[in-house]
Design a protein around this ligand. Structure first.
Ligand code: HPA
Length: 275
C-alpha cells in the first residue's frame, strides 16, 4: 500500500492550486447525479474545471459535471463540487475522498453531501428527498485504511454521529417551512456499478437500510475523520431492485433527479443560508 504522505502531498497540491483562485468558504457541497442545479443558482461564480486541478480525475459518468463552482448564496460563499469520484469508476479509496480533504485543507468546516439513491423503504416514492440519519458501509472498503496522517484526524474516528444532529434538525425545519416532504433514513452504500439484486435489497432492508447508493459513505468517513460536520440529503430517484416490476436504469435515476432538482436546490439554498 502507498505511503499516506504521497496522498497528503496530492491533496496539498490541489489546495495550493485553488487557494489563490478562490475566496474562502466555510461550506462545501457535493452535488450528486442530476442534482447540479444549486451550482447554477450561485452568484459571483468562479468555475474551475477538474481537469485544471492537480490530482483531480475527470468524472466518467453522465450527469456528473467535473467542475468546482465557487459562488454565493445570499452573500455566503460556498464551494460546490459538481461531480464526484466513485469507487466503481476504478478509483482507489483515497481518490474517492480527495475533494473532501482538499475542501478541508482550504478551510471549510461543513460538508453537505447529496446523492441519488434507490428507495429500500417501501413507504418512499421516487422523487422523495431523504435526510440521511446514518449509514451502513457495504462498499467493501474504508478510505481511512492505510497510514494515518494525524494532522487530518485520529486513527480510530468516532462514527456515533456521522450526520450532524443540529444540521438534521435545521433541514427538517426548513423542509417543513417550505412545504417539502423530507423523509429520514439510513443510507446503505454498495460498491456498484451494477445495481443491487432483489436479494441484496431484501438484505439491506433487513439490516435497517432505507435507501441504497454508490457514493457518500466514503466521503462521510473522510469528513468525520477530519472533524467536519456533515449533512447528507438523498434524492430517492427510483425504488430499489425487486420492489417494482421494472428494470433499473441510469436514465431513470437521472430523469427523476432532474424532476426533483428545483425542490432540492431550494431546500439546500435555505439550509445554507441558515448554517
Ligand atoms: N441503487 C444504487 N444506487 C443508486 C440507485 C439504486 O437503486 N438509484 C440511484 N443510485
Amino acid at each position: 500500500m502507498e505511503d499516506i504522505m504521497l496522498e497528503v502531498k496530492r491533496v496539498k497540491q490541489a489546495a495550493d492550486y485553488l487557494r489563490p483562485r478562490l475566496p474562502r468558504a466555510d461550506i462545501a457541497v457535493v452535488l450528486g447525479s442530476g442534482l447540479a442545479e444549486l451550482a447554477n443558482m450561485l452568484e459571483d461564480r468562479i468555475v474551475v474545471d477538474y481537469k485544471d486541478i492537480p490530482n483531480f480525475p475527470q468524472p466518467t459518468v453522465m450527469g456528473h459535471g467535473g467542475q468546482l463552482i465557487c459562488g454565493k448564496v445570499d452573500g455566503k460563499t460556498i464551494y460546490a463540487f459538481s461531480g464526484r469520484f466513485h469507487y466503481y469508476e476504478g478509483h482507489d479509496p483515497w481518490t474517492v475522498v480527495r475533494h473532501v480533504r482538499v475542501m478541508a485543507e482550504l478551510g471549510c468546516s461543513t460538508l453537505i453531501l447529496t446523492n441519488a439513491s434507490g428507495g429500500v423503504n417501501t413507504g418512499f416514492d421516487p422523487g422523495d428527498l431523504m435526510l440521511i440519519t446514518d449509514h451502513i458501509n457495504l462498499m467493501g472498503f474504508n478510505p481511512l485504511r492505510g497510514g494515518n496522517y494525524e494532522p487530518w484526524g485520529t486513527r480510530f474516528p468516532d462514527m456515533s454521529e456521522g450526520y450532524d444532529r443540529e444540521y438534521r434538525e435545521l433541514a427538517l425545519k426548513v423542509a417543513a417551512e417550505q412545504g417539502i416532504t423530507l423523509r429520514q433514513g439510513v443510507y446503505c452504500g454498495f460498491a456498484g456499478p451494477s445495481f443491487e439484486t432483489p436479494a441484496e435489497i431484501r438484505m439491506a432492508r433487513f439490516l435497517g437500510a432505507d435507501a441504497v447508493g454508490m457514493s457518500t459513505v466514503p466521503e462521510t468517513l473522510a469528513a468525520r475523520h477530519l472533524g467536519l460536520r456533515v449533512l447528507g440529503i438523498s434524492c430517492v430517484t427510483n425504488m430499489a431492485a425487486g420492489i417494482l416490476e421494472q428494470k433499473l436504469t441510469h436514465e431513470e435515476v437521472f430523469a427523476t433527479g432532474k424532476l426533483a432538482e428545483k425542490r432540492f436546490s431550494a431546500l439546500l439554498a435555505e439550509i445554507i443560508r441558515r448554517i
